[in-house]
Design a protein around this ligand. Structure first.
Ligand code: ATP
Ligand code: MG
Length: 262
């Protein structure tokens, strides 16, 4: 009996996504760039995890690896216990379409369609009826505070409103994991605060795991886990071997590095 209990506890704590010794190199002419170096990490079900670090540290590359878009040269990624890159590219595309969402820094919309129809699209692609998809899109837009913008077109929304709508679009299919890469990069402080609160509340309510690359302290305050990426290596700020064990110190270091664009 006691053994059974141990097993149950292990199952509850198993990560939704895990990497073991993941590395990725890029060849540019004669040069080899080590973008991600020997990264082992675990993210639990429903966790909100922040990855931060200077430009060029490998954050987006790691995110692409986690999303099944970029096969690592070394190491393995486990999604819900299955080795992600043992699936074929087609199978990974299906997993991504159904169960993984991505929230980018800048949004692309079908300009001639209303927000409801834009947000409904992921469900239409998954074969749901237009009626069902529109109902769910309406519900999601209400959840993110855009109840009075349902019929608007994308260019009639502010950038903050567009990011909220993008969040609705990312969450509508109820993914296992939502990956967000600098989703607040182009927002003012108030919009950042709003989006932060809405994202965390919606993620929690829907039980969605969120992994986010951000430089925003607003998010850092709300996350229990901070992963610092530096020169391709990933450090848990709470680990005593981390180059920084204080999140503000780590942020100050990141802020003092040269800026760039991925
Ligand atoms: N497709 C690619 N081909 C060649 N090199 C790449 C490729 N993708 C990334 N790199 C290199 O890998 C390193 C890490 O890039 P990455 O985009 O992951 O950094 P990042 O941490 O996301 O930076 P940023 O904060 O600017 O978005 C960089 O040196 C980059 O030039
Ligand atoms: Mg990047």
């Amino acid at each position: 009996m006691a053994d059974n209990n141990i097993q149950v506890e292990y199952q509850v704590k198993a990560p939704i996504i895990e990497t073991v010794g993941v590395s990725k190199m890029f060849h540019i002419g004669e040069d080899i760039i080590s973008s991600v170096s020997d990264v082992s990490m675990q993210v639990g079900y429903g966790d909100f995890t922040i990855i931060f670090g200077p430009s060029g540290a490998g954050k987006s590359t790691l995110m692409n690896i986690l999303m099944g878009l970029e096969k690592p040269d070394l190491g393995e990624v486990f999604l819900k216990g299955s080795s992600l890159y043992e699936y074929s590219e087609e199978e990974r595309t299906v997993i991504r379409r159904k169960k993984i969402s991505y929230l980018p820094p800048v949004q692309y919309w079908l300009e001639y369609m209303s927000m409801v129809d834009n947000v409904a699209l992921p469900l239409i692609f998954l074969g749901q009826s237009q009626k069902q998809a529109r109902e769910k899109a309406t519900e999601m837009l209400v959840t993110v505070g855009l109840k009075d913008r349902l019929k608007y077109r994308p260019d009639e929304l502010s950038s903050g409103q567009q990011q909220k709508a993008a969040l609705a679009r990312a969450l509508i299919k109820e993914p296992w994991i939502m990956f967000a890469d600098e989703p607040t990069a182009h927002l003012d402080t108030r919009s950042v605060e709003e989006l932060t609160q809405i994202m965390l509340a919606a993620g929690k309510k829907m039980g969605i795991t969120i992994i986010m690359v951000t430089h925003d302290l607003e998010f850092l305050k709300l996350s229990k886990k901070w992963l610092l990426m530096r020169d391709g290596r990933l450090w848990d700020i709470k680990d005593r071997h981390s180059p920084f064990t204080d999140v503000r110190e780590a942020m100050a270091y990141v802020d003092n590095q040269p800026k760039g664009k991925a």
